[in-house]
Each structure stands twice: as structure tokens, then as C-alpha cells.
Design a protein around this ligand. Structure first.
Ligand SMILES: [Zn+2]
Length: 74
């Protein structure tokens, strides 16, 4: 974990073990958002760009992530 500047986190798919860096400030977010950031970065290990495939991976890891980002009224 290190200071990544303006990004919440980063993931880089490499030949070696996958690495995910998360911005220290991420830990100050609500737990549901922390989960989202981690899932987001995990998905980047499979798909580096924000393609439809990327979002389907996110959806598989965290079903209903849309509502996690923008809580809808009950
Ligand atoms: Zn991303």
C-alpha cells in the first residue's frame, strides 16, 4: 500500500503474482465503498480497460455494484 496520488487504487497484471495497490485514503471510505474499490481493482487484473467485459467481471464479483455506488432510496 502506498500513496498513489489521485487514484484510489491500481492493479497491474504482470507475469509475476498480481499486485493491487490501494490508496491509503481508501480506508477512510465507507466499508461498502472499500469493497467496491477492491473489486474494481481485482477486475482490472482480468481486464485492464473499462470495457463491457470489465464491468461484467465487476458485476460477477459484486452483484449489484451499481447500487453500492449510488444507494437508492428504500
Ligand atoms: Zn478502473
Amino acid at each position: 500500500m502506498r500513496d498513489l496520488g489521485y487514484r484510489w487504487g491500481s492493479a497491474r497484471p504482470t507475469d509475476g503474482p498480481p499486485r493491487i495497490n490501494v490508496h491509503w485514503a481508501t480506508l477512510q471510505l465507507p466499508p461498502s465503498l472499500i469493497d467496491y474499490v477492491l473489486v474494481h481493482e481485482l477486475a482490472h487484473l482480468r481486464e485492464i480497460n473499462h470495457t463491457p467485459e470489465f464491468w461484467s467481471i465487476v458485476d460477477r464479483l459484486m452483484p449489484g455494484y451499481e447500487t453500492q455506488r449510488q444507494p437508492s432510496p428504500p
